[in-house]
Ligand binder design. Sequence first.
Ligand SMILES: NC(=O)c1ccc[n+]([C@@H]2O[C@H](COP(=O)([O-])OP(=O)(O)OC[C@H]3O[C@@H](n4cnc5c(N)ncnc54)[C@H](OP(=O)(O)O)[C@@H]3O)[C@@H](O)[C@H]2O)c1
Length: 288
Amino acid sequence: MAIRKRHRILALLMSEVMSEKGKVVLITGASRGLGLAIAEHCLSKGMCVYGTSRNPGRFSDCSFNLLQMEVTDSSSVKLAVAQVLDLEGKIDVLVNNAGVGITGPIEEIDLDEVQHHFDVNYRGPLRLIQSVLPSMRQQGSGMIINITSVAGTMGLPFRAVYSAAKSALLLSAEALRMELRPFGVKVTNLVPGDINTDMAAGRYHAPVIQNSPYEKLYKKLLNRINQDVNTGSSPEAIARRVYKIMCKSNPKLYYTAGPSFQQFAVLLKRVLPSRLFERLMISFQKLD
Ligand SMILES: NC(=O)c1ccc[n+]([C@@H]2O[C@H](COP(=O)([O-])OP(=O)(O)OC[C@H]3O[C@@H](n4cnc5c(N)ncnc54)[C@H](OP(=O)(O)O)[C@@H]3O)[C@@H](O)[C@H]2O)c1
């Protein structure tokens, strides 16, 4: 009993020591949704917060520094990172949050849209990583948190491209952790299920083509996908989880978050035989 009490006191003291107060955090896509919630939570914890938006002028009442950034444009990414470094001298934490959705049957989806999607959701975060790493390596510390997705741990029907881009980011982070081991820079991923944001509004939907072999199924799934986001976890709850990850001195490769059945699916995918998992997915998604 006494030992447990001592452990609890020690944990409390440690969490105080590990507080992120005064640290500089750069969060991409902080104009709304999850990015905004993360930025506001970090601000409430005393962090020095820089967020980004493609149109920061639209958010003049923003409570933190909001910089212009288009993640598909390398010079825009470099400029925003340089601005933070000029003003603060360092970036302690990068949260690669900016991202969009995409849906459509693989056979029909426009390949230019696929390329654009990868430019935002995969190459975008890589541009950020490449821009912040020189300073993080030099200071011998730093943390990179990618916001990936449960969709990046399994192929979701009619969301293959989104799954692929998030999965690419997750796997790249796994490799990057080892590449950065000598330099004291930590890399981790938040793997959320559905979050109640306006993401559906900015998502690219391949059109439902009349008389297409996928018409009925894709239409049904599209309605379902949009409903799922509306009943997802609150962005504020996910933001608190992100902050807790920032406080870790030795973070894991990834942390799941969001609706518990979706977190459970990530576990099932790891442990079940692939055909059994597929059967479960087909029945859960009502694809029969
Ligand atoms: N919502 C979910 O159910 C869910 C689930 C799992 C993972 N996620 C991931 O969580 C992250 C945040 O999603 P959210 O739901 O908060 O979406 P959201 O509400 O649509 O917000 C997306 C943010 O990304 C920024 N953005 C979009 N395209 C950009 C571009 N080309 N360049 C720069 N910034 C860009 C937007 O900023 P501006 O428009 O102001 O530029 C906005 O702040 C994404 O990576 C998403 O994939 C979301």
